[in-house]
Design a binder for this molecule. Structure first.
Ligand SMILES: [Zn+2]
Length: 486
């Protein structure tokens, strides 16, 4: 320890929940530059910025394991919806879709079009990472690439499985993305542009992941009546490829499947003995994605989150619009494209059971588009801390924090992040455990969370007392070329 020191930031007297599940303890945290340089008693020291954290929790910055922020990182670089709930790192490129690579000048199928800004397209994954580095956002980025992107680039017809030549072309695109630093590849065989991809296609395309132990991230084929079969397919692919699996936003949709999380979690736990399986979950009983066009997926209550041709319809019930137009829900959905929607389709008990499952990480799956996004975009992390840990007492606060920090850093291989520890990067979130709470709901989906007192990203205060500082200290946490194993 330098004795005469002054530090850049001193956080005094907080209860440190360090991201490892270790019980909280009281200490000061000293930051110099981008690193945590000391944890202990610094009452005799000073710093340029001093934060009194008495009565507050000092935690690692939250890592959002599942986002669709690929485009927002460039177009809304403050990411207020993330920073205001304590998120300092986002994982992009989920559900088979990423902002890169894309072929220039072609129309993109839904849901890929939800990510498209319309102006600039990145034809290589490396070009996207270069753009992020040249124009940093408020948060760190852990980038992944989407299999659906590959299909739209190499295939003239998405309604069939890829030929061997097309598989080879997709593997080359995956190699490019991995060499540039992608930490994994996601698939979304649930969605129309990848629904025709067979198990064999996904297996073969995924093979380059294994040499780097890069993640195979799966929005499984079916999260409703065929959830178990779909899990089995994902398990077989991961096992055949021999690379770690991440099951995205595990859930059970539709009433007939309520309660089946007891079965799926037992199966996941069993599979964890055989191979590396990870999973994440968002803390809500409604899902949100593209506005579907088939009757089966439009069952139950559906509201619009965003709608390009009729932006003012955001927030409205699909049934009301269909009634007003005197058409079926399917026909109304066709006329409303491109659009995203909210589906009220899950059981609270399943959500709680999945959240409480030991290895479940917290990922928002927020879609930063439109006037009426799903409230998970602004509320996920504060909701887990406030509602599920403090109020429902689903798990101790130390566990809640671990599920959004230490565990997530471990799964994605993030070095020296996800913990409040000496020499770690200074990504820190300070919150009030008594008041932290999501305020975003389906009627007011963009209300910032309460109780988040300060957010520090790589040693810079990004957010304090409800005010965003417009910092741009986020980094690209790409896999290093050196990580490529033979
Ligand atoms: Zn998904």
């Amino acid at each position: 320890m330098h004795n005469e020191t002054s530090f850049d930031i001193l956080i005094r007297g907080g209860a440190i929940i360090d991201g490892t599940k270790r019980p909280r303890y009281t200490a000061d945290v000293a930051i110099r530059g981008e690193r945590i340089v000391g944890i202990g008693d610094f009452s005799q020291h000073t710093a340029a910025t001093e934060i009194d954290a008495t009565g507050l929790v000092v935690a690692p910055g939250f890592i959002d394991s599942h986002t669709h922020d690929d485009q927002a990182l460039l177009s809304q670089p403050d990411l207020p919806f993330k920073v205001s709930q304590g998120v300092t790192t986002v994982v992009t490129g989920n559900c088979g879709i990423s902002i890169a690579p894309l072929r220039a000048g072609t129309a993109l199928p839904s849901p890929l079009n939800l990510l498209d800004a319309g102006n600039e397209r990145f034809t290589t994954f490396g070009a996207y990472l270069d753009a992020l580095r040249a124009s940093p956002s408020a948060v760190n980025v852990v980038p992944m690439v989407g299999h659906t992107n590959f299909r739209t680039i190499v295939m003239d017809d998405l309604e069939r499985a890829a030929t061997p030549d097309e598989v080879e072309a997709m593997k080359a695109l995956l190699e490019e993305a991995l060499a540039a630093g992608a930490v994994g590849m996601s698939t979304g065989t649930y969605y129309p542009p990848a629904a025709a991809a067979t198990e064999q296609e996904v297996t073969e395309v995924s093979r380059p992941l294994a040499a780097r132990r890069a993640l195979y991230v799966s929005h499984i084929r079916n999260e409703a009546d065929r959830c178990l079969e779909s899990l089995e397919e994902t398990f077989r692919i991961g096992h055949e490829v021999s690379t770690p699996i991440l099951l995205s936003h595990h859930k059970l949709m539709r009433k007939a499947n309520f309660g089946k999380s007891t079965v799926t979690l037992r199966r996941i736990e069993e599979e964890m003995q055989r191979q590396c399986v990870n999973l994440d979950c968002y803390p809500y009983t409604a899902s949100s994605t593209m506005l579907h066009l088939d009757e089966e997926r439009l069952q139950g209550r559906v509201t619009l989150a965003s709608c390009e041709p009729y932006p003012h319809f955001a927030g409205r019930d699909l049934q009301d619009i269909a009634d007003e137009w005197g058409v079926s829900r399917v026909e109304a959905s066709k006329r409303l494209q491109p659009a995203s929607a909210i589906y009220y389709s899950m059981d609270e008990e399943d959500v709680q059971r999945i959240l409480a499952f030991e290895r479940t990480m917290i990922g928002s799956d927020g879609v930063p588009a439109g006037e009426r996004p799903h409230p998970r975009l602004w509320g996920t992390f504060a909701r887990v801390l406030g509602r599920y840990s403090r109020d429902v007492q689903l798990f101790p606060l130390e566990t809640a924090v671990w599920k959004m920090t230490g565990l997530t850093a471990e799964v994605f291989g993030l070095e020296q992040r996800g913990q409040v520890a000496r020499d770690f990067h200074a990504d820190i979130t300070i919150f009030d455990p008594a008041t932290v709470q999501d305020l975003a709901d389906y009627d007011h989906p963009t209300r910032p969370a309460q109780g988040i007192e300060a957010v520090i990203v790589n040693g810079a205060v990004a957010y304090r007392s409800g005010v965003h500082r417009h910092t741009r200290t986020g980094k690209v946490l790409a896999r290093k070329p050196a990580d490529a194993a033979a």
